[in-house]
Design a binder for this molecule. Structure first.
Ligand SMILES: [Zn+2]
Length: 320
């Protein structure tokens, strides 16, 4: 995304905010709220999962980015902006993932608490995720932000997010602090279990090279000692150059890579092209920026999708 587009986003949000009245008369029920519980608006799927696990029945958690859409491409409608303005707390991923969040944040009524979750997790600088093979890195990627925003794919970061939400929710609703504490402890235990499944599952593998169409898997790679190589940069709206594709094709052939991953919910043309030219299989890996409608229907969660990802990684890398 270029600067011109960012400015347009800002203008759209400013216009949306100008047309919206946030303050309901005192004592009147807040618009769009189906319950009397304080409501929390969260932007991305991983935040939604963690928030729901911690809140239980104690808060109303609602997601901003519609399920099944490409989270990189989202920008809020005026109606959505109004809903966020009527929440008690607005949580977003940050680190440049939601280009719309910063201008929106500045325009919210003062009684809406705001939490930029990227300030409370361990981030990777975006340069670090560019593997040696990706030295032709794009100038505009560096304008986008200094950090790789896909941090929820490091399970340790999911644990930090869960603990931070526990603390914030307890401030929002002190009467439910015990419930939030109990819920957070249970979810952290689940995440720890998942983490040890990854450690064991990826311990002994023939290959540790993770080739993908979009550089969304830097955190997954780092936390499991894999080397991540991607065709395009950190944002899925970039178009790869013919040279990028040729470089990856050469790399796949040189290392005898048998599987090329593409990001679920994103056009898989690039992975298919590489697959055709190299004979490697193209397999989808879920970066959990969002979940698809189908995954939602079959009640998939952060935990279950991460287990599916692990299964695919183990097959691709021939792990024992
Ligand atoms: Zn992404």
């Amino acid at each position: 995304m270029d600067l011109k587009k960012e400015t347009v986003f800002g203008a759209v949000i400013a216009a949306a905010v100008a047309g919206v009245v946030f303050f309901a008369p005192s004592g009147a029920p807040k618009a769009e709220s189906s319950s009397s519980l304080p409501s929390v608006s969260v932007s991305t799927f991983s935040l939604y999962e963690s928030a729901r696990a911690v809140a239980g029945e104690g808060l109303e958690i609602r997601t901003i980015i519609p399920l099944g859409s490409d989270a990189h491409m989202f920008s809020p409608t005026p109606k959505e902006v109004a809903r966020i303005g009527n929440s008690s707390l607005f949580v977003y991923s940050g680190a440049g993932f939601e280009s719309w969040a910063e201008p929106l944040r500045a325009s919210l009524p003062q009684n809406v608490e705001v939490l930029d979750m990227s300030k409370h997790v361990k981030l990777i600088r975006s340069e670090e995720t560019h593997a040696a093979h990706h030295e032709e890195s794009h100038e505009d990627e560096h304008d986008r932000g200094a950090y790789d925003p896909h941090y929820w794919l490091d399970i340790d970061n999911m644990i930090l997010m869960t603990r931070k939400l526990e603390a914030e929710f307890s401030k929002l609703s002190p009467a439910n602090a015990d419930l939030f504490h109990k819920n957070a402890a249970a979810y952290v235990a689940e995440l720890q279990k998942l983490k040890s499944e990854y450690a064991n599952g990826l311990k002994e593998c023939r290959s540790r090279l993770l080739v993908s169409n979009h550089d969304a898997f830097g955190y997954l790679a780092r936390s499991n000692s894999l080397e991540s190589v991607s065709v395009i940069g950190l944002s899925s709206d970039e178009q790869p150059s013919a040279k990028n594709i040729a470089d990856i094709v050469a790399l796949v052939k040189e290392h005898g890579v048998k599987t090329v991953f593409f990001e679920a919910l994103i056009n898989d043309n690039v992975a298919q092209t590489i697959s055709r030219e190299t004979g490697a299989r193209a397999v989808s890996l879920q970066p959990l920026e969002n979940i698809s409608e189908d995954e939602l229907k079959s009640r998939e969660t952060y935990l279950s999708v991460m287990r599916q990802n692990l299964h695919k990684l183990r097959e691709a890398m021939e792990c024992r």
